[in-house]
Design a protein around this ligand. Structure first.
Ligand SMILES: [Zn+2]
Ligand SMILES: [Zn+2]
Length: 118
């Protein structure tokens, strides 16, 4: 008989493996977080986004999609991860009146970082 080991909780999920409905909902919630004003709206949208993609809501209540997915020159990685994890690399700061910076996941930040150059 095979030994069943309990699955480790998944702290990351790959955007490319989500259903189209999950992707749409995730995109919508991240836009909502990006445009959220003061108060709890930002963390509310982030919490819902984490639940939508099926990862545990991190203590930071702040998640991000790896910028490698959409960046020119990115590797195409679609990791969704806790924004406050060690090793996250900021590739672009947030635009005026926006909340979200562009981030690389720790794996990409280690393998091919593209930190802000200015
Ligand atoms: Zn990545
Ligand atoms: Zn990458």
């Amino acid at each position: 008989m095979a030994v069943i080991t309990p699955a480790r909780p998944r702290l990351e999920v790959d955007y490319r493996n989500l259903t189209v409905a999950q992707q749409d909902e995730f995109d919508r919630l991240m836009r909502q977080a990006d445009h959220a004003g003061p108060g709890d709206a930002y963390h509310q949208a982030m919490t819902e986004a984490a639940l939508t993609v099926g990862i545990p809501v991190p203590a930071s209540r702040d998640i991000a999609l790896c910028s490698c997915l959409n960046d020119a020159g990115g590797c195409g990685c679609g990791a969704i991860f806790d924004s406050h994890t060690d090793g996250v690399v900021v590739t672009a700061t947030n635009a005026p009146n926006r909340n979200l910076s562009e981030l690389q996941c720790p794996t990409c930040g280690h393998d091919h970082p593209r930190p802000i150059t200015d």
